[in-house]
Ligand binder design. Sequence first.
Ligand code: FES
Length: 107
Amino acid sequence: MALITYIEPSGQSVSVEVADGWSLMQGATAGGVDGILGECGGSCACATCHCYVDPTRMAELPPPGESELAMLEAVAAERRPNSRLACQLKASAALAGLVLRLPDVQE
Ligand code: FES
């Protein structure tokens, strides 16, 4: 279980307890977070779960795989060095307190 804080495009922050093994996209959609869609259900095929990870914690995350890197080319909002797809990040205690900022647009 990890408490993840999502900062919605409006600037409002929403914290959600995400179960171990759930993706951070699933946690956001289950928690009613605004600014994330997850249209493909987490199969790394839509790029509508784009998020900006707290830059100070980027090194703690597993690096993106080839399919995530390919989909990051297709994000609707600006791609930044801390851009990730939330469906490819799995919750675990190690990610407790992680902050994800959501972009203004997802498609
Ligand atoms: S939910 Fe579609 S790429 Fe993440």
